[in-house]
Design a protein around this ligand. Structure first.
Ligand SMILES: Nc1nc2c(c(=O)[nH]1)N[C@H]1C(S)=C(S)[C@@H](COP(=O)(O)O)O[C@H]1N2
Ligand SMILES: [Mo]
Length: 263
């Protein structure tokens, strides 16, 4: 599946380059194109199909991911990546059953927020049964419950200069010579405002379990699993992520994965 994704994206990239080149070179030769079997005309028509495919690709970002029925939930959500953070601040929250947890929302917002789990549960709730696809090649169907991220963004009044939502996580995923590296992720505001993009506090009818990101994790249903930050500590609205981590927009992106992991 990931092979398919990569090749589709590679195709789009190649298509973009081809079209840019053909538009520049194309103007001068348009007159000769009227012959129905003209090779360049065929080429341009193909380029046109590609343009449509690309526009679809862009417009499709508003489309909903498939949702399933309760009978489709055949196994528990398989925990992956960090499943039991040992970071002192996280362990303290966990021991207090997340009673003192606060989601901090800041950065390019007019109204910074500090929300408890009760605050988040009182906000409008969406429940959705969706399929989680990990880049490693496995999938799991589960029901997620949470507040659509756009409600939180609206409450915080996002500044017009903001372009990305940066999720800061509690868990140290790697220790390097320069210190502990905590998981982080970014998505753009198109995905952030998608109706199925949640800050999920529940899974399969229960509070979100620790292995799956308690107390709060992201669901971005149109992208691969690594985009869905678990153990979310804070949300920061930014206009640029080149100064975060190694600058590629996420822990795994910094190690070679694509920033846009659309499925
Ligand atoms: N904070 C944090 N978020 C994370 C990860 C992680 O290690 N730490 N792993 C990612 C990956 S690769 C996947 S597939 C999913 C796994 O979510 P799950 O454990 O609920 O299956 O979380 C993603 N979000
Ligand atoms: Mo993953």
């Amino acid at each position: 599946m990931s092979d398919h994704v990569v090749s589709r994206r590679r195709l789009l990239r190649t298509g973009l380059g081809t079209i840019a080149a053909s538009t520049v070179a194309g103007c001068k030769v348009l007159d000769g194109l009227s012959a129905p079997d003209h090779r360049l005309r065929h080429f341009m028509e193909r380029a046109n199909d590609l343009t449509m495919a690309m526009q679809r690709g862009v417009l499709d970002r508003d489309a909903l991911a498939q949702e399933f029925a309760p009978v489709d939930i055949r196994q528990p959500q398989r925990p992956n990546g960090v499943t039991d953070p040992q970071d002192a601040d996280y362990v303290a929250h966990r021991n207090a059953r997340f009673a003192n947890y606060r989601l901090e929302v800041g950065g390019l917002v007019h109204r910074p927020l500090s929300l408890s789990l009760a605050d988040l549960r009182q906000m409008p709730t969406r429940r959705q049964i969706t399929r989680h696809d990990c880049v490693e090649g496995w999938s799991c169907i589960a029901e997620w419950a949470g507040v659509p991220l756009w409600h939180v963004l609206d409450r915080a009044m996002v500044h017009t200069s903001a372009r990305y939502v940066l999720f800061h996580c509690f868990d140290t995923i790697e220790r390097s010579l320069s210190g502990a590296i905590r998981y982080y992720e970014t998505i753009d505001l198109v995905d952030a405002r998608h109706p199925q993009t949640l800050l999920a506090w529940g899974m399969n009818g229960a509070p979100l379990p620790v292995p799956n990101g308690a107390p709060l994790r992201v669901r971005v249903e149109r992208q691969l699993g690594y985009k869905m930050a678990k153990y979310v500590r804070a949300i920061e609205l930014v206009d640029d992520f080149s100064g975060i981590g190694r600058g590629r927009g996420g822990y795994w992106e910094d190690r070679g994965y694509e920033w846009y992991a659309g499925i």
